[in-house]
Write a protein that binds this ligand. Structure first.
Ligand code: ZN
Length: 502
């Protein structure tokens, strides 16, 4: 079945804080390549500089490109002419208003919002606003409670999905944009809770990978009817007066077909988020759906709570499954006990690495305690997967890798938004590698990291079963890898570092 896709969350313009190409041309090229028929879009200039100038730009760009539909914005901090600006843009054919309190530093449940919501209700104009962060969906709900306008919440992720679903239940015209509802079966859970009619496709492209968010819906396991509603049916209903182009259908190629995949970042255990699937059989099914022949898991129970019991329980769970390998989780707060764990698991042929999560044990990556323990990991000849998330993490991982030069160290999540930093250190430090699983999949980060660090330094990691492997694979698929790069990234590098066959 082919799907008509309308992307409810795109933008264009310029980013001062990073050098990603977020031009209109980039947006249109991705839509063409992936078969996205239409997109709602806005100018970033209107968000960060001047709303009116941004809206002028959005108007001009959408007039010139029949696939794009204009979304207006206002900046209530300016106070002057806010209502008039909304009225003017409605007249010009703008289809919705989008607000950016999270960028502009004002509160959605402050007095600033009320005149805007009253205007939108009077003009029958939908609102699009970020639902990211704990408490945000509820604050949006309070702001729009008495107005009969559709509201699309963008950026809801596994962390606050439960809250967003409660908000949907309370207010019949709140919709969730699906971009990062990214655990393997959370869309299923969301659809069961509030109906497929309440979820819309959005990608936050060009900043984030359009392919990843498309894969997420395409591989969600939802019915074709449910996928059709999410991909475009709901947007066509919400924006019933808007005419959308229908001349393009979704087209996703399969660039990794026939190449074995070693997934070096997986988990066994539970997560406190809206998801049902868990355990070995669930993971094996996910792996099959994505051609992943081997997955190296660490125990979430060992990471967030008791590492000794967590290692033990995971070892029992994966026993006898040749597709599943283990990381022994160690904790720098417990040196002696960690050494015992290393001694115990390094002997087991299906335990092929060690894992440290500095976030949960609250010991910095470059702390003396961490270094002491990683020297021990090095003695056992185990590679180390270490969680790096945000600025500073890759520099600390590089320091650690330089002090333990015989221990291959993989930066889990590739530093997340600090991936440029991670790639530069992976280039400069011989035993330092990266993989990219993350909810924030910045467009182009795999391609650019390979250009910086080389294809020998990049591996595939999905964060199975917390995240959907198809979602993460999207950012690798969009990278336009050569055959040689695909083989290295998908399995050869992991095979060499961990000493395992795909
Ligand atoms: Zn993880």
């Amino acid at each position: 079945m082919s799907f008509l896709v309308i992307d409810a969350n795109t933008h264009f313009g310029f980013l001062p804080h990073r050098d990603t190409d977020v031009s209109v041309d980039r947006l249109l090229a991705s839509m063409k390549e992936l078969g996205v028929a239409s997109a709602l879009t806005y100018s970033l200039k209107g968000v960060s500089y001047d709303a009116s100038e941004g809206n002028d730009e959005t108007y001009a760009v959408t007039r010139a490109n029949p696939k794009l539909r204009p979304v207006a914005t206002v900046d209530p901090r300016r106070h002057i002419g806010v209502v008039e600006e909304i009225e003017k843009r409605k007249e010009q054919g703008f289809v919705a208003l989008r607000l950016f309190p999270e960028v502009q530093g004002w509160s959605i449940n402050s007095a600033l919002t009320k005149p805007i919501i009253l205007t939108l209700a009077r003009l029958h104009m939908p609102l699009i606003v970020s639902g990211a962060g704990s408490g945000t969906p509820t604050n949006v709900l309070r702001a729009v409670e008495n107005a009969e306008i559709p509201v699309i919440l963008t950026g809801v992720g596994y962390f606050n999905l439960a809250e967003a679903l409660e908000v949907c239940k309370e207010h019949p015209s709140v919709y969730l944009e699906a971009q990062i509802i990214d655990p393997p079966d959370s869309l299923r859970v969301a659809v069961d809770a509030v109906g497929a009619e309440r979820i819309v496709f959005g990608s936050n492209h060009p900043s984030c990978s359009m392919r990843a968010s498309l894969n997420l819906i395409a591989e969600s396991g939802l019915s074709n009817r449910e996928k059709s509603l999410i991909f475009s049916g709901n947007v066509r209903r919400i924006f019933s007066r808007v005419k959308f182009p229908e001349d393009t259908l979704l087209s996703l190629d399969m660039p990794f077909q026939g190449i074995p995949v070693i997934d070096i970042h997986g988990h066994w255990g539970k997560w406190p988020f809206p998801m049902r699937g868990t355990g070995v059989d669930f993971t094996l099914d996910l792996m099959k759906s994505r051609g992943i022949s081997k997955c190296i898991l660490s125990s979430s129970y060992a990471i967030v709570y008791d590492f000794v019991d967590g290692n033990e329980q995971m070892a029992q769970a994966i026993e006898g499954h040749s597709e599943l390998l283990g990381y022994v989780t160690v904790n720098p707060n417990y040196y002696e006990a960690s050494c015992k764990e290393l001694e115990k698991y390094a002997k087991k042929p299906n335990f092929v690495g060690a894992k440290i999560h500095p976030g949960y044990c609250k010991v910095p990556i470059n702390a003396p305690r961490t270094k002491l323990l990683v020297r021990k990991v090095q003695e056992y000849g185990l590679p180390l997967l270490i969680h790096t998330y945000g600025a500073g993490g890759p520099a600390q991982a590089a320091e650690l890798a330089r002090e333990c030069p015989a221990c291959p160290i993989i930066m889990g999540h590739g530093g997340a938004d600090a991936w440029r930093e991670a790639a530069e250190f992976a280039r400069d430090v011989k035993n330092l590698y990266m993989e990219f699983c993350c909810s924030v999949l910045e467009t182009g980060k795999v391609r650019r990291s390979i250009e910086i660090a080389g294809a020998d330094k990049v591996m595939f990691g999905s964060d199975i079963d917390l995240l959907h492997p198809g979602f993460i694979a999207g950012v690798y698929e969009e990278a336009g890898l050569t055959q040689e790069e695909k083989e290295k990234v998908l399995y050869k590098n992991a095979s060499a570092v961990f000493g395992i066959q795909p």
